[in-house]
Design a protein around this ligand. Structure first.
Ligand code: XCC
Length: 655
């Protein structure tokens, strides 16, 4: 585990950590200091799946183990450290896949309700994407209305969750070679829920006890996330709320307003937040706010709900995962509205030190001590207004202990797969051709996805910045989602001007021509599927091999913490992408399991895991991998020539 000297590189965060200490408010940074990570659990060496244990199977440190000692280092049932490590790993994948899957399922049901006209206030915003989906899924279009088509599409997508046989429909989106590989290896998922359920069974005491089999099944589960639950969620959200296109907004705690009612929306599923955005602009609600002495209503996002709201409405972001308590420490937040995932229970304790009310809205996620106001999508506007009213009524309780850090940064977000296609190729010849050409001619060395969470075990936002800056300096175009995209936003990397300042000459010249930042914000964590689609589009456009594993691309989650991140990593690896994680690695206790994930996987999937807590070294591993792929494609020479050309240009300039 990386040693941490500073808590954050973000000045707004540091300012609020200090204020929290003064106010006696507990926050995650402090808890991480007082609660040590369990070293046995961190290495994957603790098995707690039955009541004969928990069994700890860590190897003795600092001495060679004899064969006999090694034979005896097993759980009460005889489970080996490899089985235990692999089981723990696969259970994380299953939990991550279940979370994204449950999000996707709720979206599919919501989609059906919208299509049937049972969710007033929502309508289909992206007709083109709906029709494309219908064509893809074989749904009749004819002269039927959008709503009729949507009912069929929604039903088909909803079936994906409970499907018992066959294959997930979206697997067909992958390059043909990849699909064949999945089938050959027997890891093409049948449905979403069935793979999660089977993984929970396989990892139950006394079932699957071959770590290789367990880990390959883990890929099958993860693919049910990437090419299943998450992809369904992204597509449906685009159809209902609109496919994102680039827009300008701002990020960091400075987006709060001293003289307005501040509402934070936090979590992952966007349907309530979408309605809150509408209701917050309602003249009647604003008049009500004014009657309480506020100038208006200010909505800001946190975590992935923030990304959803940003991408489609330009709603500013107050902060990423580790800032969720700190936003209340400003003393200026009336309510925090939460739904599911990444919501710390510590919020309630922090809120108790201020006037903030925590409002849970989802039947699956209640928090002791919070106010529960269940969101009803059939009466969405009423739900949204009722919640906003609580915020307005709470404005008068704000008190004097208010300090909003001055920090906020401009950023451009909204780079969906479709938008990149359009930006690169233009409306009439939308394609990834210019990207492929620039990779082939070497101006762009490759593409990297840098995604995932924050983790208080390492300096907040730091690993992301070090990694992303190193990548773009070396002409690697960076695609981001989740809390890492926010870290880049705060540091000013999500604006076109960042290209001239931080990117290598080749990448900078492409960014300048197209008018894009060197780091593209593609959305929330479920939107990592946009990266899968972008990679597939690159393969299909030609010239870069015939599978995702041939592409000069790499992935990373330098500050990950959630089980969803492991599921995402595994589906990228299973789709052929080299993926490196930072902070800590859950199988370090077993050399066999780690070797299997880090080395053997490459032979099977063409993509593999790596663990490197030093973000600079991790970035170099990614660049090395990209160069290896360039060489295999025979385009390594082109890049040398381009560099030579630039060298010459510099010489010419200096004459
Ligand atoms: Fe959660 Fe999605 Fe991680 Fe951020 S990046 S801490 S999972 S909010 Ni998804």
């Amino acid at each position: 585990m990386a040693e941490k000297e500073v808590k954050s590189i973000d000045p707004a965060t540091l300012e609020m950590i200090e204020k929290a200490a003064q106010d006696g408010a507990r926050v995650v940074f402090e808890r991480a200091g007082t609660t040590r990570a369990c070293p046995i659990g961190a290495e994957g060496n603790c098995c707690s799946i039955c009541a004969m244990g928990p069994c700890r199977v860590a190897a003795p440190k600092g001495k060679e183990e004899t064969a006999e000692e090694r034979r005896k280092r097993v759980g009460v049932c005889g489970a080996t450290p490899e089985t235990i490590s692999a089981r723990n790993f696969v259970r994380k994948i299953a939990a991550g896949t279940a979370s994204h899957g449950d999000h996707g399922r709720v979206m599919a049901r919501f989609f059906l309700a919208v299509a049937k006209g049972e969710a007033p206030g929502y309508q289909i915003k992206d007709e083109q994407k709906l029709l494309q989906l219908a064509l893809e899924l074989g749904v009749t279009i004819g002269d039927r209305s959008n709503e009729e088509i949507a009912v069929d599409v929604a039903q088909l997508l909803m079936n994906e969750f409970g499907k018992q046989e066959g294959e997930l429909l979206f697997l067909k989106r992958a390059p043909l070679k990849r699909q064949e590989l999945w089938r050959k290896l027997g890891i093409a998922p049948r449905g979403i829920d069935i793979e999660v359920a089977e993984a929970m069974h396989r990892t139950h005491m006394g079932t699957d006890q071959d770590y290789r089999d367990l880990l390959n099944n883990g890929t099958k589960v993860a693919l049910a996330d990437g090419w299943g639950g998450s992809m369904i969620a992204t597509d449906i959200q685009d159809v209902i709320f609109g496919t994102p296109a680039p827009l300008l907004s701002q990020i960091n705690l400075g987006v709060l307003k001293e003289d307005e009612v501040n509402i934070i929306v936090h979590g992952h599923e966007p349907q309530l937040a979408e309605m809150m955005a509408v209701a917050a602009n309602d003249p009647e609600m604003n008049k009500y706010a004014q009657s309480k002495g506020a100038k208006g209503i200010n909505l800001a996002g946190m975590c992935c709900t923030a990304n959803e709201m940003l991408m489609r409405h330009g709603v500013p972001i107050a902060g990423n995962f580790l800032q969720q308590e700190l936003v209340m420490v400003t003393g200026a937040v009336e309510i925090m509205v939460v739904d599911v995932q990444c919501i710390m229970q510590g919020l309630v304790d922090t809120a108790n030190c201020y006037h903030t009310k925590i409002i849970t809205t989802d039947p699956r996620a209640k928090i002791q001590g919070a106010t529960h106001m269940e969101f009803d999508e059939h009466h969405a506007m009423e739900s949204a207004k009722a919640i906003i009213k609580v915020a307005v009524d709470n404005f008068v309780n704000r008190g004097q202990n208010v300090r909003i850090p001055k920090y906020k940064t401009d950023m451009i977000a909204g780079f969906s797969h479709e938008t990149i296609n359009y930006l690169l190729g233009g409306m009439f010849r939308a394609s990834y051709r210019p990207l492929n050409d620039n990779i082939i001619n070497g101006r762009i060395r490759g593409v990297a996805g840098v995604v995932g969470c924050n983790n208080p075990r390492v300096t907040h936002d730091n690993a992301n910045l070090v990694m992303v800056k190193e990548l773009i300096k070396n002409d690697v175009l960076v695609l981001q989602t989740g809390c890492m995209a926010m870290a880049s936003g705060k540091a000013g990397l999500l604006v076109p001007e960042a290209a001239a300042e931080y990117a290598g000459e080749g990448l900078a010249s492409v960014c300048e021509t197209v008018g894009i930042p060197p780091v593209l914000h593609m959305g929330a964590c479920i939107d990592n599927t946009r990266i899968l689609m972008a990679a597939t589009a690159m393969v299909k456009d030609g010239g870069l091999g015939d599978d995702i594993s041939d592409l000069p691309v790499a992935g990373a989650a330098p500050e990950w913490m959630s089980e969803k991140a492991i599921a995402i990593g595994q589906y990228f690896v299973g789709s052929g992408v080299f993926t490196v994680f930072g902070v800590t690695w859950p199988t370090t206790g077993s050399k066999e399991v780690s070797d299997y994930l880090f080395k053997d996987f490459e032979e099977m999937y063409g993509g593999m895991w790596a663990f490197e807590p030093d973000p600079l070294k991790a970035a170099r591993l990614m660049i090395e991998h990209i160069d290896k792929k360039r060489k295999a494609l025979g385009i390594d020479k082109a890049r040398e020539r381009v560099l030579y050309d630039m060298e010459m240009r510099r010489e010419l300039d200096s004459v």
